[in-house]
Design a protein around this ligand. Sequence first.
Ligand code: AMP
Ligand code: GLY
Length: 422
Amino acid sequence: MNVLILGSGGREHAFALSISKSPLLKKLFVAPGNAGTSSVATNVDLSITDFEALAAWVLEHEINMVVVGPEAPLVLGIYDFFQREELQHINLIGPSQQGAVLEGSKEFAKEFMNRHGIPTAAYKSFTKDELKEGMAFIEELNPPYVLKADGLAGGKGVLIINETEEAKESLEEMLVGGKFGAASNKVVIEEFLDGIEMSVFVMTDGRSYKVLPTAKDYKRIGEGDTGLNTGGMGAISPVPFADEVLMQKVEQRIIQPTIAGLESEDIVYRGFVFIGLMIVDKEPYVIEYNVRMGDPETEVVLPRISSDLLSHLNAFAKAELDKEEVKIDPRSATTVMCVAGGYPEAYDKGMEITDLDKVEDSIVFHAGTTLNGGKVVTNGGRVIAVTSFGKDFKEALKKSYQNIDQIDFDRMYYRRDIGFDL
Ligand code: AMP
Ligand code: GLY
C-alpha cells in the first residue's frame, strides 16, 4: 500500500513512525513533513489545503490511503473532495466536512450533544444582535464565566473570566469588536466545570469504533499550569485516574451516543474523534470534540498501539474495523515538548539542534524542524517531543527528562513538571 500523511508536526511524525512498521506498507509520504518524518518517509512539498494539487499528486503516485493530521483540510472538506469518481478508490482517513463541524463550530457541537443526551456544561449561544441577552445570561451565571468563540480560533478562542463586568466587556469585544475575527461572530457562554481534564480518542469507520488509550496533556507554557496557552507542552498515557468504572461511564454516556448520533444524523465520519473531557466528582462531561488526533497526545497514544495501525486504517475502506484487534502496550508513555524560547509568543527559527543521536531508549518526535545543509534546525515554536515508556508515568518521565538533558538548541525551553497534578 502507498500512503500519504498530511501535516508537519509531531503528530504526523508519530503516524509516520507507526505506519512505517507495517508489513502492508509499500511507500510512505508526508506532505509537507519535517526533518523527523524524512527519516521514515519521503517528504513532499505540497500544500495540505490545495486539494486539486493533492489529487493530481496522489493519482500520479498511486496512493491508496491519505491520512489527514490537522483539522484545517477536514474543515475545508477534503473528505468530500475525495469522493470524486477518479479519487473514490483512495481511502481518506478523516471525517466529512459535515462531521468536521463538530470541531469547526462549538455551537453545533453543543447542539449535537444535547440532541443525543451527552453530558456537557449548560450553555447558551449569542450573536451580535443578541449582545444584551448575552450580558443578561452572564448575570444569571455564577463566576467564573466561560466564553467560547463558535468557530476555529487556533486554540485561543476560549476565555475564562472571574469578573462579571470583564466578562461582559469580553463578550462585546468578541461579538462586536471582532476579537477572534469571524470565529467570534457567535459566542457560546457556558457553565464553568470545576474538575480535572483528560482526553479519550476513538477511531471509527462510521459503523464500529475502537477506543484508543486515554491521555492528558499540559497546555500552559509555565510550570504549575500557569501562563499562556500553547498547543501542548507534554502528555501522559494512560491517565492514572481513568479507571474501569470511569471509562465505562465514558463509553456508555459519551462514546456510544456520539458514534450512534453521527450515524443517525447521516454524518459520514471515518476517522478519529478526540473527546476532551472534564471529570467532575468522578462524572465525565464533554468539553469539546476535535475531529483529529491531538498533538502532543498522539506522541503517547500511537506508540502504545502495538498492533498494526495501517491494517486498522485499511479496514476503514470496507467498514470492517470491527474485525481488527487493537492491542495496547500496558506500559505508560510520556512525552515532553521542547519549545523555542519565547513561544507561544514571538520566537526564532533556524537554531541547530545538537546531540539528537545521544538519545537512548526514547523516541524523538519532530514537531517543528527542518533540514538545513544536513543539519537539523528548529522550524517552529514546538520543536521536538521526547517520548518514553515506563512501568508508570514517573518512570517514563524520568527517561524523557534524562534524554532531554542530552539535547540542546539555543533558548530551548521545556516544562519540568509534566504530570505534577496526578
Ligand atoms: P476548548 O478549546 O474548548 O478545549 O477549551 C480550552 C480550555 O478551556 C479547556 O481545555 C479547559 O481547560 C477550559 N474549559 C473549556 N470549557 C470549560 C468549562 N465549561 N469549564 C471549565 N473549563 C473549561
Ligand atoms: N493538544 C491539544 C490539541 O491537539 O488540540
